[in-house]
Ligand binder design. Structure first.
Ligand SMILES: Cc1cc2nc3c(=O)[nH]c(=O)nc-3n(C[C@H](O)[C@H](O)[C@H](O)COP(=O)(O)OP(=O)(O)OC[C@H]3O[C@@H](n4cnc5c(N)ncnc54)[C@H](O)[C@@H]3O)c2cc1C
Length: 326
């Protein structure tokens, strides 16, 4: 085992995911503590642009594994690719984004290599030869501290937007590693992918989210009140489960315990009560704005700013104001 840190930089459609690049920032800090190098790994089919992005994001080395069979995510083949990169680079620590893909992939790799794993990590520190991390538990109400053992590979998936994007750096050399699927790695074959939420930004990738609740009353009102503000702010659209269950938005936009966990810089909750299950998915947002006619609604307890107003009156004014500023 070296003192190096391998970062699996997730890419989608040949672009490095912001959450994947943010792991390089975490790795850079850790590398100062382990005295090791940062190695970025990019896996996929046609990934030249993503590899170029990763090579200018502060890593010391970049490994690319390209294969037509890796064009779409396959749990078994991506596991094989990541395991082979780990076996080749022999890092002490592996980091990857706690994205949907990361959540699926990390435990498979840990299981296969007998490694230690902590998920959804928000703080890391390497001292005394071993990694210690912190991660939110119980819907973010408590923070668990997890100490890894020094003698085994440590894998940590990192919560999106916990670390800043890496500073631009001079491009480093890219090495290619051949991909060889192992026996049984073709058991799962991903035949195709369809976006369920159209071309609008996914809530897990956005810096700003405008979220709507049951009080929107219809899909048309989402279109008329939520989407224009989101568009003006270059934001993603989120929704409470009640709004999704009512059919106002697809469940791919649901934020919360049984939806997506988001940590944007700004979360604007419009007519969302802030039930504990909703808070579980968004209380890590940097700044929370609540627009709610009920001054006592639970969302106001976590909000940095509360507008105790009717969303139907205030959202068009906000949208015009934002358009005016831009
Ligand atoms: C196991 C389980 C898992 C769950 N997972 C999730 C989850 O992942 N995500 C999630 O969101 N929920 C989840 N829920 C549901 C959750 O408990 C709440 O029922 C849901 O979040 C409520 O949605 P809401 O805030 O949109 O609606 P409501 O509770 O109906 O709240 C509407 C809010 O809008 C305000 N309002 C009304 N009219 C206006 C207006 N004109 N202008 C401004 N404000 C107005 C009201 O004051 C109120 O606060 C889960 C529940 C369970 C049991």
């Amino acid at each position: 085992m070296t003192n190096d840190i391998l970062v699996f930089v997730e890419q989608r459609s040949n672009h490095a995911l912001p959450a994947g690049l943010q792991c390089l920032t975490a790795a850079r800090v850790l590398a100062g503590q382990t005295s090791g190098k940062v190695i970025a790994l990019v896996v996929g089919g046609a990934i030249d642009a993503a590899v170029a992005e990763a090579s200018k994001a502060g890593a010391d080395r970049v490994i690319a594994i390209r294969d037509a069979g890796l064009e779409r995510y396959s749990a078994t083949r991506y596991r094989a690719a990541l395991c082979s990169a780990i076996e080749s680079a022999k890092p002490r620590i592996v980091l990857l984004a706690a994205s949907f893909l990361g959540r699926d992939l990390a435990p498979r790799v840990a299981m296969r290599l007998g490694a230690q794993l902590a998920t959804d990590v928000t703080e890391l520190q390497f001292a005394g030869g071993a990694l210690t991390i912190r991660r939110p538990v119980y819907n973010g109400k408590a923070i668990a501290k997890v100490a890894f053992k020094a003698d085994r590979l440590a894998i940590a998936s990192i919560r999106a937007n916990t670390f800043a994007p890496p500073a631009a750096a001079a491009a480093v050399n890219v090495e290619s590693l051949p991909f060889a699927a192992g026996p049984g790695d073709d058991r799962l074959n991903n035949e195709g992918l369809e976006r369920s939420a159209g071309e609008i930004k996914d809530v897990t990738e956005a810096d700003i989210i405008v979220s709507g609740g049951r009080s929107l009353k219809s899909e048309d009102n989402f279109k008329q009140y939520i989407f224009p503000l989101a568009q003006a702010l270059d934001a993603a659209v989120g929704a409470s489960r009640a709004a999704c269950d009512a059919g106002y938005q697809p469940h791919s936009r649901q934020v919360g315990l049984t939806g997506k966990t988001v940590t944007p810089k700004l979360y604007i909750a419009c007519g969302v009560s802030g039930a504990i299950q909703h808070l579980a998915g968004m209380r890590g947002s940097k700044v929370i704005v609540a627009i709610n006619t009920d001054k006592e609604a639970p969302i106001t307890k976590v909000a940095d700013y509360t507008l105790p107003l009717d969303l139907f009156a205030v959202l068009p004014l906000m949208t015009e104001a934002v358009k005016g500023m831009r």
